[in-house]
Design a binder for this molecule. Sequence first.
Ligand SMILES: [Zn+2]
Length: 152
Amino acid sequence: MLGGCLPIAGMDRLRKALLAPFADVEVELSFSMMGKGLPVITGTLSTQVLAECQRCLTPVELLVNSDVHLQVVVDDAAANHISDQWEPLVFGGDGQLSLAQIVEDELLVNLPAICLHEPAKCQQPDGHNELAVAADKPNPFKLLSQLKNAED
Ligand SMILES: [Zn+2]
């Protein structure tokens, strides 16, 4: 069992999705071997992050928790053959698994796609909640503007 705190400050991809300051990630992970000698990583991650609310554009505090069920595989082909209860973790060619990278990937996956305050806490005046609803659907105007940009 590996327990402790990891700083988000060193996780560049995660940091880009968040506002400063960054809390540490509480990590509790177990590394063990399965029947055929396949390493698995299980445990939990939790942290509190500050992101920008997509509705009122002020900071919103979010709790991010992750249940880790990773099975180490050598490549994408092997990843297709593991059972459903596991997420594949492709073991790169550099011969090392980076704990910080594993934690960062897990947190990125568990980060809400759209960060929003709870309605009662949001700074947006009443009657301006369209964005939260519209965000579930593709916005045709946004698609159009992307097309236009592609032509430029
Ligand atoms: Zn808000």
